[in-house]
Write a protein that binds this ligand. Structure first.
Ligand code: NPQ
Ligand code: MG
Length: 354
């Protein structure tokens, strides 16, 4: 699916989203799960063709025919890693199960509100004026929080410019996607002047210890994204003092059930969480919005409207109202693909019977 504009991060520039959807068909219902892996292994080791391969070759054969969503993760445990692929499969099974039972995902997960406040992730731009135009547009659309993607050479100046132009009341945070090292601590501490909500994943994904050291050298709260692939990782990060905030992305964590576990753990430990985004279509977006309605999600997420990324979404578009998205109320994800749109963007399908 073409993106409305190129999205540049510290790891690369994306112009299109190669989406893998899993559709589970049971005698009672069908369900959808969106795999958030990118086309290339740049955000993490997973990539979309690899996810399709591991699903077809290892994950589906490991599932009993009548598996409950609550048992999927355990059935898939012998297969190491591939959490985004596992999440897509578990979500599709869960969606089918909830649709059959007539229960919404929000209700199943324990949603505490009917709508969620929305932030937006703003890519690295060619110039500060272009960035300011983009941020102005998003603020006009109602977004209640701005996240700037940063990298060495695009950090202090864009943050300063956004603060100067839009004032101190804008909720503002930055995301480095692991582009810095601990030797940049003094440089990153210069961000302390700008009253940011957080700095997301400044250092490498496998370095909880160095994040803990960095946390003693900067005042801006550290938030982890790539580093946290399970509730166990979250527990380790909390114990080490590696972060005071966690970005919860169900794909990265292996599914919505593990995401809820991270939420519960963080809530019990005074760690704020918010719901991340992976340029999902309306299917993944619906599930994220349901998750973001849980009580521990105390910061606005990257749960943007459909048009932030896609001119035409595969579902009815999610649209901001007063800076918020409504939690779907219908059974399961509460949304479904529009057949004609899905047909138009589909490049390949494969049916596997268990
Ligand atoms: C993040 N997402 O929080 C990610 C990174 C990201 C909304 O900033 C294609 C697929 C392109 C997934 C670019 C946001 C992507 C992607 C960036 C995820 O770190
Ligand atoms: Mg991130």
């Amino acid at each position: 699916m073409p993106l409305v504009a190129p999205f540049r991060t510290s790891f690369g520039t994306e112009t299109a989203r190669d989406v893998l959807l899993v559709r589970v068909v049971t005698p009672d219902a069908e369900g959808w799960g969106e795999c958030v892996a990118m086309s290339e292994p740049l955000y993490s080791a997973e990539y979309v063709d690899g996810a399709a391969e591991v699903i077809r070759r290892f994950l589906l054969p490991a599932l009993p025919r009548d598996v409950h969503a609550q048992d999927v993760a355990r059935a898939l445990e012998p297969i190491k890693g591939h959490r985004m692929a596992k999440a897509a499969l578990e979500t599709a099974v869960l969606d089918a199960q909830l649709r059959a039972a007539g229960e919404s995902l929000g209700r199943f997960l324990g949603a505490a509100r009917t709508r969620v406040p929305c932030g937006v992730s703003v890519g690295i731009m060619d110039s500060v004026p272009r960035l300011l135009d983009a941020v102005a547009g998003y603020l006009d659309e109602g977004y209640v929080r701005i996240k700037l993607k940063i990298e060495p050479g695009w950090d202090i100046e864009p943050v300063r410019a956004v603060r100067e132009r839009f004032g101190d009341d804008v909720l503002l945070q930055v995301d480095a996607n692991a582009a810095y090292s601990l030797t940049d601590a003094r440089h990153l501490a210069r961000l302390d002047d700008f009253d940011l909500l957080l700095i997301e994943q400044p250092l490498a994904n496998d370095d909880l210890v160095q994040h803990a050291k960095l946390a003693t050298r900067v005042r801006t709260p550290i938030c982890l994204d790539e580093s946290i692939e399970s509730a166990e990782h979250a527990a380790a990060a909390i114990a080490l003092g590696s972060c005071s905030i966690i970005n919860v992305k169900p794909g990265r964590l292996g599914g919505y059930l593990e995401a809820r576990r991270v939420h519960d753990l963080c809530r019990a430990n005074g760690i704020a969480v918010w719901c991340g985004g992976m340029l999902e279509t309306g299917l993944g977006r619906a599930a994220n919005v349901a998750l973001a309605a849980l009580p521990g999600f105390t910061l606005p997420g990257d749960t943007s409207g459909s048009r932030r990324y896609f001119a035409t979404d595969v579902t009815e578009p999610f649209e901001l109202v007063d800076g918020h998205l409504e939690v779907p109320k219908g059974p399961g994800l509460g949304v479904e693909p529009i057949p004609s749109v899905l047909d138009e963007v589909t490049t390949a399908t494969e049916w596997i019977t268990l």
